[in-house]
Design a protein around this ligand. Structure first.
Ligand code: SAM
Length: 491
């Protein structure tokens, strides 16, 4: 939906709440980590300033603010309702370093404070050109020298069928005033066209994927994403050109998806070798693979100094995601690391060593130096494998040292945000920025009691008192064993 001064009222995001997910890739921790992997050094997260443009209810900023009390978070959004929800969460979380306000990209003040990190997630492809250019202009105006910005958007060519499906659905359902009825009419239409695709249909892959995804979608998300009145994906090349017009340049991809090129044919790999410009390289890959529908591009100021020659990856910490399975086939022994649809059949000492080292300590994390020490790999080989595992989605890079403990000490201490939010609601944000729902009341109470003053025996006694039934220490141990891997305890 466009957001011009003549924005229809009520604004579509006021009418239908967007079910904001937490997006760890837009946290300063990840932006700094990925920036370092591309050779750019941004400021430390602990004291960083962060601006989020179109922040929705600002819950990402709430989670970050709680992790770094000395940081400063500012977020704005055109939706009054979203900002109201966010402000309530800020009060509930007892935070004083988050400022959420209603604002419009078009006339948001360009002067004044600059920010070390800027995030704009899920906005660019859903606003028209007369908002997109000011959005990039705003980023350029507010990005501190040496800062990094994250902008996500649906990208071409893979999102082209989605654009056509969006146009079709919007046109066929535009006359329906009632949102739920409109959503269900769109779903009915999707069912009909999916079931009738001809042999060799060009739309089929996208429609089949959507049919598979739909049952897992929040319907409000489906409405804003697939039924948006305005939707226009852009190629990464087109995006980078638009950004360049505002003095910004592409530093890399927040998901590092461009590091893995092994699956490409030899000729393509050769062709790609000569392309050093990050945006052109990403664009080539998007056309070569044809599958990447969504991009999370990192931008820096065009006048930023070039990356240093040394590889600063050694400053990072890595987290393993996924599962491992070992086996042997006609090519020899392998270890298959899997996470959802992402997988790597690792055969080289580098890939196996790195992933195994991470898996061994999971849910704890390892620094690159520790991985090199444990695997005995030459640094360059370990680093190449680390980049690959991150790009595939089997590991996450972190710029801040592990802030949680899996097994808490004598007097268990849950993170401050966890304790505060558990006292009043059924969800919180973990110490690694993941939304954590707790439906069971005793667990919520237990987490609020873990304030570092009680031993396990004292926690058992307090829980027994609160719930008027005997809670033994073994139950407390079991709860800690269950909650520890969720990253809610700190030292
Ligand atoms: C898809 S939602 C994404 C929200 C949030 N960034 C997230 O990822 O959860 C798009 C957001 O952009 C906001 N938006 C759209 N046009 C805007 C404008 N001109 N100025 C500020 N916010 C705008 C909407 O209100 C909405 O909250």
């Amino acid at each position: 939906m466009s957001a011009a001064a003549d924005e229809p009222t009520p604004f579509v995001y006021d009418e239908v709440a967007y079910p904001a997910p937490l997006t760890p890739a837009q946290t300063p921790d990840r932006m700094r980590a990925v920036g370092l992997m591309y050779g750019y050094r941004t400021v430390e997260c602990a004291t960083a300033s962060v601006l989020e443009i179109g922040c929705g209810d600002g819950l990402n900023l709430v989670g970050i603010a709680a992790l770094y009390p000395q940081s400063r978070m500012v977020g704005f959004d055109l939706s009054h309702a979203a900002i109201e929800r966010g402000r309530a969460a800020v009060v509930e979380a007892g935070l004083t370093n988050v400022d959420l306000h209603v604002g419009n990209i078009l006339d948001y003040p360009r002067d004044g404070e600059k920010f070390d990190y800027i995030a704009c997630h899920g906005v660019y492809s859903w606003v028209p050109e007369h908002v997109r250019a000011p959005l990039l202009d705003l980023i350029a105006a507010k990005l501190a020298p040496g800062g990094i910005a994250y902008v996500s958007y649906d990208c071409l060519p893979a999102a082209a069928p989605k654009r056509e499906i969006n146009r079709f659905l919007v046109e066929r359902t535009r006359h329906i005033d009632h949102t739920d009825t409109r959503i269900w009419e769109a779903i009915k239409l999707l069912g009909m066209i999916t079931g009738n695709q001809a042999e060799g249909s060009r739309l089929k892959a996208q429609l089949d994927q959507l049919a598979e995804d739909l049952p897992n979608f929040d319907l409000n998300y489906f409405f804003h994403d697939w039924l948006a009145d305005f939707y226009d994906p852009v190629s990464v090349f087109g995006f980078s050109k638009a950004a360049a017009a505002h003095g910004l340049k592409v530093a890399g991809d927040a998901g590092l998806t461009d590091f893995v090129t092994e699956t490409l044919g030899e000729k393509m790999q050769d062709y790609l070798k000569d392309e050093t410009d990050q945006a052109k390289r990403a664009d080539l890959l998007d056309y070569a693979r044809g599958v990447q529908m969504f991009r999370r591009t990192l931008l820096i100021r065009a006048d930023a100094p070039p990356p240093p020659a040394t590889d600063p990856i050694n400053e990072l910490t890595f987290e393993f995601l996924g599962e491992v399975e070992r086996g042997e086939d006609d090519k020899g022994a392998f270890a298959k690391f899997t996470r959802g649809e992402a997988f790597l059949v690792a055969r080289s000492a580098g890939d196996i060593g790195v992933l195994q080292a991470l898996e061994d300590v999971s849910p704890n994390e390892l620094t690159a130096a520790e991985i090199i020490r444990r695997t005995g790999l030459p640094e360059a080989e370990a680093i190449a494998s680390l980049k690959k595992t991150v790009a595939i989605g089997l590991a996450l890079p972190r710029a801040t040292p592990q802030p949680y403990v899996v097994v808490p000490g004598e007097r268990p201490l849950a993170g401050p945000l966890v304790r505060t939010m558990m006292a009043s609601g059924n969800w919180t944000v973990t110490l690694r920025h993941v939304k954590f729902m707790v439906e069971v009341e005793p667990t919520r109470v237990f987490l609020t009691l873990c304030d570092g003053t009680r031993t396990r025996a004292e926690l058992a006694a307090e829980m027994s008192k609160r719930f008027d039934s005997e809670v033994g220490v073994e139950k407390i141990e079991a709860a800690i064993a269950d909650l520890g891997p969720k990253r809610v305890f700190t030292a």
